[in-house]
Design a protein around this ligand. Structure first.
Ligand code: G3H
Ligand code: 13P
Ligand code: ZN
Length: 322
């Protein structure tokens, strides 16, 4: 199967009450770990590339790695998506360069400017058979070189979504309902401790999601910043020389609930980074004499694969849907 757009994927996900995982890729091992899990679980898949990933690994290398995954996994549909496209030029470059989906992130602009920029990208993308994700509302956290403080973040205003979708022609919409980018999503002060002493963040704003869905029936919604920051990997990092205290993420039950609603795409990146970093740190502590990258990248790739399998089966519910 060649690379596909997300149109059919989202239609099936919406009707089936599950979400497709969108995982960020930066190198070969990450591509392999993700795609092996998706192939074994027969799950549709979105591989996404950020501006930072293109700067790190080079556009052509990333496209060719994803094309290799398509050849290796002919049974599953795969989308190649630009994550957080910052401007028209970056989106155009990805559309011209083999991507099947782009995000134009106009969320830092005024409502009117966001509409104008998104509309421009949609016109170019649709003329080339590529789909577009837009964003309304601002997530807190770090993504590429942009850091948004909690004070500067803002929930999506449901009363704006119909006008935005109608005027831009976007194919999916990312909204802000309390998720945020990175591993440090919540401070301990923002959380409460449950009966097991575990820090629990404030619940996502499902009321906003419900109102958005009511206003946009059948329309695919996207959640960014959806890593759950698994504490076993935070512990593994900290026990092997790292310093990541108080990293708290989004509870997986809440993501499962969102996936059963109108959320058709859930973005996960930080959890894969934690799995990779924890595994490599532990390897070096256990094998201080080793220096062959293949030896430490192999268990890191295996743990990325198991993390993605867990997300597909236990969080997204998209196993067997390819
Ligand atoms: O939301 C952003 C993704 O986690 C990508 O991160 O910009 O560091 O590649 P990056
Ligand atoms: P996390 O940092 O929660 O993994 O979010 C990733 C993301 O939203 C990519 O666009
Ligand atoms: Zn994001």
């Amino acid at each position: 199967m060649a690379l596909v757009t997300s149109t059919e994927m989202f239609k099936k996900a919406y009707e089936g009450g599950y979400a497709v995982g969108a995982f960020n890729v930066n190198n070969m091992e990450i591509v392999q770990g993700i795609t092996e899990a998706a192939r074994e679980e027969k799950a549709p898949l979105i591989l996404q590339v950020s501006k930072g990933a293109r700067a790190y690994a080079n556009h052509t290398y990333l496209v060719k790695l994803v094309e290799a995954a398509v050849i290796e996994c002919p049974e599953i549909p795969i989308v190649l998506h630009l994550d957080h496209g910052p401007d028209f030029e970056t989106c155009k470059s990805c559309i011209d360069g083999g991507f099947t989906s782009v995000m134009i992130d106009g969320s830092s602009h005024s409502f009117e400017d966001n509409i104008a920029l998104t509309r421009k990208v949609v016109e170019y993308a649709h003329a080339h058979g590529v789909v577009v994700e837009g964003e309304l509302g601002t997530l807190a956290g770090v993504e590429d070189d942009v850091k948004v403080s909690a004070a500067d973040s803002s929930y999506t205003r449901p009363e704006e979504v119909e006008e935005f979708v109608e005027k831009t022609g976007v194919d999916s919409l990312a909204i802000a309902i309390g998720t945020s980018h990175g591993a440090y999503k919540f401070t301990p002060e923002q959380c409460t401790r449950n009966e097991k002493g575990i820090l629990v963040p404030p619940p996502l704003r499902f009321d906003i999601l419900e109102e958005v869905s009511r206003r946009l029936p059948g329309f695919p919604i996207v959640l960014h910043g959806s890593s759950s920051v698994p504490q076993n990997f935070v512990k593994m990092i900290n026990e092997n020389g790292g310093k990541m205290p108080d990293a708290v993420g989004i509870p997986e039950e809440q993501l499962r609930k969102a996936a059963s609603m109108s959320v058709c795409k859930i973005n996960i990146d930080s959890d894969l980074r934690l799995a990779m970093t924890g595994t490599i740190r532990e390897f070096f502590v256990q094998h201080p004499d080793k220096f062959d990258p293949r030896e430490y990248l192999k268990p890191a790739r295996a743990n990325i694969k198991e993390m993605v399998r867990h997300k597909i089966v236990d969080v997204l519910g998209c196993n067997g849907k390819a």
